[in-house]
Design a protein around this ligand. Structure first.
Ligand code: ARG
Length: 427
């Protein structure tokens, strides 16, 4: 078998892709949806391989994991694993994103991009534990997710191979349904079938496909399965107080909560008030430009509050400098390079800055908007008596300002005058 591989290296486009002859036992990343259900049966038949499934709970709202496992068994999985990774996801992936105020392209809080490296890492762990030689996933060849998952596997487990059947099998939705019917794979019924391509976890939800691809089409309300459309949100505003300790969100309205609970609770209030809808044009790492509809109620509130608090405790120099590093952090994570050492270097910086980020921010939620209304922090670089108009004098001598202005503007004035003189003399 191994000889076949050596004779036909040209058929492989990457060293980590599996040749059919190498595939004996496959760890399939299984969601329970149509693609991966068809895939389970398809792999078992095409490769004559055993299929072990792994389903990862990252806080997808309303998912029934027992039903997902039962379905995998019914289709023929030899072993089924479900991992509740919400704590790890929240602490090791979402939290660094909060400290880095991470938004890609000005609007995407990266929930999918943060989830993929963790899912792939868990796939590596389970594949090794259960004696699998290959990991299979359901990503298409057009998206970012294949990059994130395969880059993680190739980084963490050079000995494991990958197959990505959707990239090659040329089945569309109809063909997949036909395949499922033919092989007795249970289909969800009627209204349960998602009309959009969905991905979600506790940090957000995305929808793609159908009219979303038509840039001229304003969002139909049926896409919003999480957030209440703002026009139907309550007529009464609500102020929520988010407390932080060293950059970690730790309380809601004075009640201390663990990170997962806190994010879920904030998500619920945000949903009720129509907060966190993002209609986003995005530059994918594989070159395509696409439109995504995001529902990110928790991120919309937590990132806003965190950023505001950071602004209050940081100096002008820190506040000017950090956004550049934040953009680089978000880009690396978006682009599937979670394991790149630079990300860790940047995290060390973010961590250090966040040691001062303690305090509470009040955010007013009302019909789709979230606005900061109150701020308090023991570390605020803010002195009310200095800022006050009523109390002039004292430590801050306004008489000193003109001297400062003269020196501060010195080079700019000289350069400006030089240019004017040169222009006048026709130079
Ligand atoms: N555009 C987002 C990203 O690249 C969301 C992708 C959602 N993934 C999915 N398989 N539907 O991270």
């Amino acid at each position: 078998m191994a000889e076949t591989t050596e004779q036909t290296p040209h058929t492989r486009t990457a060293s980590y892709l599996a040749e059919p002859s190498e595939v004996r036992r496959v760890l399939l990343l299984y969601s329970g949806g149509l693609d991966t259900s068809v895939m389970l049966k398809w792999i078992a038949d095409e490769y004559e391989a055993d299929v072990v499934t792994l389903t990862v709970n990252l806080g997808q709202p309303g998912e029934d994991y027992a039903a997902v496992e039962a379905k995998a068994r019914q289709i023929g999985a030899v072993e089924c694993h479900t991992i509740d990774a919400r704590e790890e996801f929240a602490h090791d992936f979402v939290l660094p994103a909060i400290k880095a105020n991470a938004l890609y392209g000005g609007g995407y809080p990266l929930f999918t991009a943060l989830g993929r490296p963790l899912i792939a890492k868990l796939a590596v762990d389970v594949a090794r534990r259960t004696g699998c030689d290959t990991i299979a996933h359901g990503c298409t060849g057009k998206g970012n997710d294949q990059v994130r998952i395969e880059a993680t596997i190739a980084t963490l487990a050079p000995e494991l191979k990958v197959i990505a059947p959707v990239r090659g099998w040329q089945m569309g939705r109809e063909e997949e349904m036909e395949y499922a019917r033919k092989h007795g794979i249970p289909l969800k019924t009627g209204t349960e079938i998602q009309p959009y391509s969905i991905d979600d976890n506790l940090w957000g939800r995305s929808s793609e496909g159908r009219w979303i691809e038509d840039l001229d089409h304003a969002p139909d309300d049926d896409v919003f399965q999480l957030v209440t459309p703002p026009e139907r949100a309550p007529d009464e505003p609500q102020v929520v107080h988010v407390g932080f300790e060293r950059g970690v969100p730790v309380s809601l309205d004075g009640e201390s909560l663990g990170l997962v609970d806190l994010l879920e609770r904030i998500s619920d209030v945000g949903c009720r008030h129509g907060v966190g809808i993002v209609d986003h044009i995005e530059d994918r790492i594989v070159g395509l430009k696409v439109r995504d509809i995001y529902e990110v109620p928790a991120a919309a509130i937590v990132l806003l509050a965190h950023q505001e608090l950071e602004k209050l405790v940081g100096t002008i120099h820190q506040n000017q400098f950090k956004p550049g590093l934040e953009r680089q952090w978000a880009y690396l994570v978006y682009a599937g390079l979670w394991w790149e050492p630079l990300r860790g270097d940047l995290d060390a910086f973010m961590q250090r800055v966040n040691e001062q980020v303690t305090g509470t921010i009040g955010v007013k939620l009302f019909k789709g908007s979230a606005r900061v209304v109150t701020r308090s922090s023991p570390n605020a670089v803010y002195d009310q008596s200095l800022a006050s108009f009523a109390e002039s004098g004292g430590l801050f001598s306004q008489q000193a300002s003109p001297g400062f202005i003269e020196l501060w503007s010195l080079q700019s004035r000289m350069a400006h005058q030089l240019r004017e003189r040169n222009q006048a003399s026709g130079g």
